[in-house]
Design a protein around this ligand. Structure first.
Ligand SMILES: O=C(O)CCC(=O)C(=O)O
Ligand SMILES: [Fe+2]
Length: 357
């Protein structure tokens, strides 16, 4: 499998931020290593805009309501959002806006550190708990710098900028609280016990990774991409942004531009919910485009099973005739380690598809 795939590496020689800063304002070219599309304008022209509210909205306060009818209706809506879109906006989640601002500001300060200081955090592989870099797949580099930090079950952090570690800790904790409730709702919406995922996947020791993404202004946004089309691994991914648009989601065969409601968080299904639900809820392809004017930032946290948990289609959902398992079992660690050889490389959920029975 590994041999035939383009290699995925995290080491472009210079950060995209430094590269963008060096370009004179009249220079409208980019290094060809960033050219993802041969044909100009494909990325933006083919995408359609979702009207505000098109992406399903889930009200977190109803999902944890003590009124059984209210909660049951919210869980139904959640199930529908997972089935129809695999993406939704979560409102009334109770995370203070000040915490989002603090983590966004701290992340911006991190990227403003001198290059040599950031390079201290360069990692080597997908399971390195701290990893700063940019992504190259085969011959193509992407217009994004990232910092990845594992927040759970062991909390890791970087020692600069001041306060970033404390803010990351709070941010991670708040998001785990929310994810835990959403996963209860998802279990129930599938017809499983409410704590099925928590128990089967040992979520107390679940993996949580924070990925801070910086997309500097790009002189040729129609040629480059911030992130190639991919689905996320793990159970759920949570995304907040600095308000600059750039996320596009594949929905019913078309790329749709997403404009999240202010102060909402965007949630999407990962490959491991697809496996557990035996294909009922599918992880969805998405990508990040860049623009000429503004620096875009996003902070994604990926929430997965414990690394040693075996992930397989949920036994109570299976039936030898009507719903035989369509995915093989694999520990989460095995999945993540094997993944780097394949998935991002051709961007069509190729890795998940290899697990099909
Ligand atoms: O920046 C974005 O909008 C997308 C980020 C993303 O897809 C990821 O980090 O997996
Ligand atoms: Fe993603």
């Amino acid at each position: 499998m590994a041999a035939s795939q383009p290699s995925v590496t995290f080491d472009t020689p210079k950060s995209v931020k430094a590269l963008a800063a060096e370009l004179p304002s009249h220079d409208n070219s980019i290094n060809p290593i960033y050219t993802f599309q041969e044909t100009p304008n494909i990325v933006n022209d083919e995408a359609i805009s979702a009207e505000d509210g098109t992406l399903p909205t889930i009200d977190f306060s109803l999902l944890i309501s003590t009124n059984p009818e209210e909660r049951s209706k919210a869980i139904q809506d959640l199930g529908r959002a997972c089935q129809d879109w695999g993406f939704f906006m979560l409102i009334n989640h109770g995370v203070p806006e000040s915490l989002f601002k603090a983590i966004m500001d701290g992340s911006a300060e991190f990227f403003d550190l001198p290059e040599e200081e950031k390079m201290q955090f360069k990692g080597k592989g997908i399971l390195d708990p701290i990893n700063y870099g940019s992504l190259r797949v085969g011959n193509v580099s992407f217009w994004r710098d990232f910092l990845k930090v594992f927040l759970h079950p062991q909390f890791h952090s970087i020692n600069k900028p001041p306060g970033f570690s404390e803010t990351s800790f709070e941010f991670g904790k708040e998001l785990r609280r929310i994810v835990s409730e959403i996963l209860r709702g998802i279990s129930k919406s599938l017809g499983l016990e409410e704590d099925y995922l928590h128990k089967e996947l040992n979520l107390e020791n679940g993996q949580q990774i924070m990925a801070v993404n910086l997309y500097p202004p790009c002189p040729k946004p129609e040629l480059a991409l911030g992130l190639p089309p991919h689905s996320d691994y793990g159970l759920l991914n949570i995304l907040i942004t600095n308000g600059i648009a750039g996320l596009q989601v594949k929905h019913q065969g078309k790329w749709v531009k997403i404009n999240p409601l202010p102060n909402s968080i965007t949630v999407n299904i990962g490959d491991h919910i697809e496996i557990v639900s035996n294909g009922k809820y599918k992880s969805v392809m998405h990508r990040a485009v860049v623009n000429k004017e503004n620096t875009r930032m996003s902070i994604a946290t990926g929430h997965g099973p414990a690394l040693d948990a075996v992930v397989s289609p949920a036994a109570p959902l299976l039936d030898p005739v009507n719903n035989p398992p369509i995915y093989k079992s694999l520990t989460y660690r095995e999945y993540v380690e094997l993944l780097r050889y394949g998935k991002l490389a051709d961007g069509d959920k190729a890795f998940l598809n290899q697990l099909r029975i």
